[in-house]
Design a protein around this ligand. Structure first.
Ligand code: GDP
Ligand code: ZN
Length: 300
């Protein structure tokens, strides 16, 4: 039987849309109950006799995964094989930098570069404190763009940052993720065709996440599952790896297993006192440490 390398480009619970190596997009089911492909996965797919559907029979090893803990404390994979993360904040709803730091932490732990995109600049009423935060993100090495999806300001820069990447766009509901994607796609946006209902067990299938090719190259994954996001962390020490400037300073802590909380000789706390490290970012770090502790206690 013919076998094909394919990429998962949209997921609807147990049904998928995949792009075959020859460029064709086809609907697919998943063989058995154990395979759990996500958007971005490289898979093996086989055509089925007398059926439109293809069958996903294997998932290739993943380079990385964007994960989050679900309600039962298990780790859920949202997307795989990414090389860039775009964290969107906006003037409205009121920006919560802690959430942005959680996304950036996830990007660090996945080993991918990230951008902070500040949308709705046309509405910004608190420019000074926003500018200071954005300048700090830039100083620690993130790409930073201010934009307005409504009037198009800055979208060319976003487009340029995404070219050649397979990115995921994340951010609280209402910050303008869909508007930014629409702005990047221009008039070319079309929702992935509805998966045919014939073999869909009669249930309505809603799109879960999808990977959209961008006109200037690259693609972006739009996944509604990333609201209220907390990265899945294995331990407190890992949390420090999610903050670039803390990870760097930590090399100079007296103790190799310093948690940068109350330990003596802590280069991170020194950095905060000397304002080399943003006190607000350090606060984010401590909150993630607390979240992680609650998770491992099963209280989250
Ligand atoms: P999402 O939930 O992150 O996908 O956000 P949406 O793209 O649905 O946008 C939420 C709301 O913000 C909508 O009413 C948009 O019209 C509005 N919006 C998006 N971008 C901008 C912007 O740059 N400026 C202004 N003023 N409104 C925007
Ligand atoms: Zn320390």
């Amino acid at each position: 039987m013919a076998e094909n390398a394919a990429t998962v480009i949209a997921t609807y619970s147990r049904r998928m849309r995949v792009r075959l190596a020859d460029g064709r997009d086809v609907d697919a089911r998943i063989k058995g109950k154990r395979l759990r492909p996500v958007c971005g996965d490289s898979v093996t797919a086989e055509p089925l006799d007398n059926e439109q559907d293809w069958l996903i029979t294997a998932i290739a090893d993943r380079h990385n995964e964007l994960t989050r803990p679900n309600m039962r404390g298990q780790v859920e994979v949202l997307a795989a094989n990414l090389d860039y993360l775009v964290a969107v904040a906006a003037a409205e709803p009121r920006v919560d930098w802690f959430i942005i730091d959680r996304y950036l932490c996830a990007a660090e732990l996945m080993g991918v570069d990230a951008a902070v995109v500040y949308n709705k600049v046309d509405l910004d009423s608190d420019r000074e404190s926003t500018a200071a935060e954005l300048a700090n993100y830039e100083a620690i090495g993130y790409d930073v763009v201010s934009c307005s999806a409504i009037d198009g300001t800055g979208l060319d820069t976003v487009q340029r940052l995404l070219a050649g990447h397979r990115a995921i766009i994340v951010g609280q509901s209402g910050v303008g993720k869909s508007s930014i994607i629409n702005g990047l796609l221009g008039s070319t946006r079309q929702r992935t065709a509805e998966i045919s209902e014939k073999t869909g067990e009669g249930r309505h299938t809603t799109v879960n996440s999808e990977m959209l090719p961008l006109p200037a190259g690259g693609s972006v994954i739009d996944s509604p599952g990333v609201r209220d996001y907390a990265p899945a962390l294995e331990s407190v020490v890992v949390a420090a790896d999610g903050f670039r400037e803390i990870r760097q300073a930590a090399q100079h802590c007296r103790f190799a297993n310093c948690r940068h909380l109350r330990e003596p000789g802590c280069a991170v706390k020194d950095g905060v006192e000397n304002e080399r490290i943003s006190a607000r970012r350090y606060e984010s770090y401590k909150r993630i440490v607390n979240l992680t502790n609650q998770l491992s206690d099963g209280r989250y």
